[in-house]
Design a protein around this ligand. Sequence first.
Ligand code: GN1
Ligand code: MG
Length: 355
Amino acid sequence: MNELVWQQVLPHFGVSRGNAKVMPLGNGHINDTFLVRSETCDFVLQRLNTLVFPTPWELVGNAERISRHLGAKRISGEYLLQVVSPHACCNESLGVDLGEDGFWRAIGYLAHSTSIEVVESPLQAQLAAHAFGHFARSLSDLDANLIHDVIPKFHFLPGRIETLRQAASQDSLGRLAQCSEWVDFALGQTGLFDELRELEPKLPLRICHNDTKINNMLFDKRDMSAMAIIDLDTCMKGHLMYDFGDMVRTFCSPEAEDSIALDKVVARPEIFGALATGYTQAMGEVLTDAERQSLWLGARIMPLMIGVRFLTDHLQGDTYFHIHRENHNLERAANQFTLYQSLLDQQATLKPMLG
Ligand code: GN1
Ligand code: MG
């Protein structure tokens, strides 16, 4: 980031450039995230990607509403995790819009926190799934209509597959030949649409996290206990099966989502079982029968759908997800489709674990 930008941004959040150290933080694919350390405080600073989030004021408003709700529950002892709240600007605003230099917002930084990229044990899976379930359950009494839809149809598989079909037929960069087998594979999965059409009308709309990857949960590095759920950017009305599915997607594989060691990309049944236990226990009676029935569908949709989105972005020239090497999005897509296939192959073992 340009030095002049820091000189402009940091004073809005109460620190001068000379008194602050700024370093990149985390592995997000969309926003630019930094840890700011100053003599008076540490906080997380983000430049939101306004191509992906065209209504940043709605996004910061959602995060504030949700963290206020959870913060009140933490005080009354009902919410047991820490709450990462917005760190407002000097003028109390939740962000600052610097035009061409971006939309910036800050959030609290939790000392002693750490995140992981790959789940190491069933116990860790159960702990993290319990934390995401506790988060969802704690939001079940907040009116979902108060939360803006910052990305409409975010988890709508038919729409995502249609966009892939269009990107493949346009093939504007001539990349289709290199990945046409994966495109055919993905376009062949429309059988899931029937299941979706049948189940969806039975599912309540709740405030969901919508990005429950393992690295969006913070552990306390002193004892690896659950500390906080972070990244409220995509908290919107939706169905819990997608939160469950995104956990399956990011907890079950022993490899990171961009690993090219595809022979090692498998869904580990013991991790799947532990995550199912942790999540359903935390949700308790709040989870309806239809929602429980939908979990296996969510578990298949999420790896497939994120794979479809990576592949679409590869065909369209990597304009959505940040990439760090050539063909990165294609490699991510191949990884996710391999995981999806592993889930299908193990249906007879995995599905019964959901009760
Ligand atoms: C993006 O940037 P990050 O890591 O929070 C994406 C998610 C994907 C994820 C894949 C707004 O999340 O939907 O599941 O990458 N976020 C958006 O790792 O598209
Ligand atoms: Mg996110």
